[in-house]
Design a protein around this ligand. Sequence first.
Ligand SMILES: Cc1cc2nc3c(=O)[nH]c(=O)nc-3n(C[C@H](O)[C@H](O)[C@H](O)COP(=O)(O)O)c2cc1C
Length: 244
Amino acid sequence: MINVGFIGAGNMGYAIMKGIAGSKMGKDIRNPYIGALGIMFYFCRCKEMNRRTKKVLGMKTKFLGVFLMMWAMIGLEAGAQHTANAKKVLVAYFSWSGNTRNLAHQVQELTGGDLFEIETVKAYPEKYRSCTEYAKKEKEADARPALKSKVKDMDAYDVVYVGFPNWWGTAPMAIWSFLEGYDLTGKTVIPFCTHGGGGEQKCFSDFARHAGKADLKKGFICHGGTVGDARPKVERWLEEIGMK
Ligand SMILES: Cc1cc2nc3c(=O)[nH]c(=O)nc-3n(C[C@H](O)[C@H](O)[C@H](O)COP(=O)(O)O)c2cc1C
């Protein structure tokens, strides 16, 4: 009876570990979380065995203990390897009224990247009409508004998402200030955009012209009024471009 319970608990533990590994931690079932669970199981079981069934199980307990410990060690090693290969992700965005910020947070949550807000030294007018007029003048002048801050260690990032609203059929000039402020050679750069009904227009084609020698991937675009429901679409897009 004790044996049956013991094996049952073992199978359940294995199923839980496999479930966690399969769903959240990626396809490889050897990871540090499993290792930690293996160790936990090892200790819990030994304690239990010592109290009630030390004599009955004898060798089996030892064998299972060693097995779990080995599994834990392989898991830890695989975990270390996984961390070493992991790409460092930055999610940079500019947002005037909050839609792109919302989208940027979703991209950040799904990619696990670091968030960076692109802000101009001189704030844009708060009123919509004044802002559109101001932005139009900036576009006509092909301006490069000064930015408040720089990404601390851009060299460390392998993947850079850049989010912005459609302003006058293209990106706000602050996005060109941002892109031109770094050497993006060899980085994967991925735009995402929100619009107010005009769609993509020249947002992504202009973006490509300003992205230097970066390795560009297909951008994501959605209406600013629908960002609240965009998550499934964002997930599908990330899968489509091989980033998830
Ligand atoms: C200055 C300005 C210009 C805009 N120009 C366009 C445009 O040309 N086409 C369009 O579809 N939406 C345009 N919009 C609407 C925004 O793209 C849309 O509301 C977007 O979701 C706002 O993003 P945000 O909340 O992150 O600022 C414009 C908005 C502003 C403030």
